[in-house]
Ligand binder design. Structure first.
Ligand code: PMP
Length: 477
């Protein structure tokens, strides 16, 4: 198998962060005496400094640990399935930068390609070969005929919606509650993990008239879709959905649901946008579409991608039918642009990642996901923690306290987040970094090896006990 399993270096005895933007290089951890250092003092110092210059001390809300408590770890470096924080702690990573790190951190071939690209200049503002090759790779793997590269998933969905509105000459957008499509104003309504973790229903700063053209429906509900199209049919420009929602926890589409959405849109002249920012190039070589559309014989009109296709750099894309994409400037009148779109370093990283992600890689990711799921589920069951495990390919999450499958956002929100908080903190103390919110998917990489799995297995029993002892009221159960 052509799989990357890094030989892991021994934990360094002294960790110095002179290369970090530290004003005074400090020795952060000394493990020579075999003693564990104060676990989070350096991270805490960084967080204090960050909090005085950035709102909440972070550049994306979930990183602040508000949903789970504790000090966010500041990462000094990462390799394979491991993160090394500013205190010198080694943490098993089950977040993978929220999806991009399909091959694990700092894959040597990706790093080599990036170093080579950087040496030839970091941005040209002119077309360059890697962006063409990345676009070709995306077109070869998915049903899209043409693709436009951007820098974030948010930009991709925002641009796809603009294009759909221009193509149809209609205004309304249909989305599902609990689906997150980036922080696009019109889509920031009932938008899943990030906003629900913070307990805010929508967001101030988005005027009502901006979301007035957004129709929000319960996920997996065919009747609601049929009714919405019956009511608004000829005003609906697009229906956008996560190919398999991963932003309210993982809530897979019911059998045939995406096909039904594609058919409904086709029949009503609306554009069907499948958002594969999270699932794209992760759950199969052609994303979630490889699990349903490719098998059932349907195609979205537009698709959005991000995360894996940037190999850890800011790169994303939207693409689809050539007749729709032809409306984009400069071939058509719909304006869309970006200073760093198709950046040579980001596209090189994405291309190197996709070229390494072959069928063996996906088979390995599925196998690793299965092992992680089983280990966690067994521990929770042994400790008597009620839970429901849900998957979409190698993406998965647990609904805490649930006793039946979760099919939409209202059910997802009923989970007992206090149990997850207790579990998360205990896992972190034992050296395992999980998503800092119960509404997020877990991500494995092809670099998760036996050592990673034993670290996970060793951490689980006491964390499961902590989850068993916690409840939504904070009282022991
Ligand atoms: N769509 C989906 C399905 C996502 O999961 C995300 C990010 N988690 C986005 C869009 C937005 O991507 P970005 O954070 O790169 O703007």
């Amino acid at each position: 198998m052509n799989i990357f399993c890094p030989a892991l270096p021994p934990v360094t005895t002294t960790v110095q962060v002179g290369w970090l933007p530290s004003r005074t290089p400090v020795v952060l951890a000394d493990l020579d005496n075999g003693q564990m250092p104060e676990v989070t003092s350096a991270s805490r110092q960084w967080f204090d400094r960050a909090s005085s210059v950035s709102p909440g001390g972070v550049n994306s809300p979930v990183r602040a640990f508000r949903a789970v408590g504790g000090t966010p770890r500041f990462v000094a470096r990462a390799e394979g399935p491991w993160l090394f924080d500013a205190d010198g702690n080694r943490l098993l990573d089950l977040v993978g930068s929220w999806g991009p790190m399909l091959l694990g951190h700092a894959h040597p071939e990706v790093v080599a390609a990036v170093v080579d690209a950087v040496e030839r200049g970091t941005s040209y503002g002119m077309p360059s070969p890697p962006e063409v090759e990345l676009a070709e790779e995306i077109v070869a793997r998915t049903p899209v005929e043409q693709v436009r590269l951007v820098s974030s998933g948010t930009e991709a969905t925002m641009s796809a919606i603009r294009l759909a509105r221009a193509f149809t000459g209609r205004d309304l957008i249909v989305k599902f509650s609990g689906c997150y499509h980036g922080h696009v104003d019109a889509l920031l309504t009932e938008a899943g993990s990030g906003v629900v973790t913070l307990g805010i229903p929508g967001t101030p700063g988005v005027p009502e008239h901006v979301t007035a053209d957004t129709v929000v429906l319960p996920y997996n509900d065919r009747d609601a879709v049929t009714a919405a199209f019956a009511t608004y049919g000829d005003r609906i420009a697009a229906l956008i959905t996560e190919a398999a929602p991963g932003n309210m926890g993982v809530v897979p589409p019911r059998q045939g649901f995406n096909a039904f959405l594609a058919q409904t849109c086709r029949a009503q002249g609306a554009v069907f946008i499948s958002d594969e920012v999270m699932t794209g190039f992760r759950v199969t070589a052609s994303g979630h579409w490889g699990l349903d559309g490719a098998v059932e014989g349907w195609q979205p009109d537009l698709m959005t991608f991000g995360k894996v296709m940037g190999g850890g750099f800011p790169a994303a894309a939207f693409g689809g039918r050539a007749d729709i994409m032809a409306l984009l400037a400069p071939s058509g009148p719909v304006y869309q642009a970006g200073t760093l779109s198709g950046n040579p370093v980001a596209t090189t990283a994405g291309l190197a990642t996709l070229r390494l992600a072959d069928e063996d890689t996906y088979a390995r990711l599925d196998a690793i996901a299965e092992q992680v799921r089983s280990l966690v589920a067994e521990s929770l069951t042994a400790a008597g923690v009620p839970h429901v495990l849900q998957s979409a390919g190698n993406l998965f999450s647990f609904f805490w306290g649930a006793d039946h499958p979760v099919t939409d956002f209202s059910q997802a929100q009923r989970q007992d987040v206090a149990r997850y908080g207790a579990f998360f903190r205990a896992m972190l103390e034992a050296g395992v970094h999980l998503p800092p919110s119960g509404f997020e998917a877990w991500f494995v990489s092809a670099a998760h090896d036996e050592e990673a799995l034993s670290t996970l297995a060793a951490a689980l029993p006491s964390a499961a006990q902590a989850a068993a002892a916690a409840s939504s009221t904070g009282a022991s159960s």
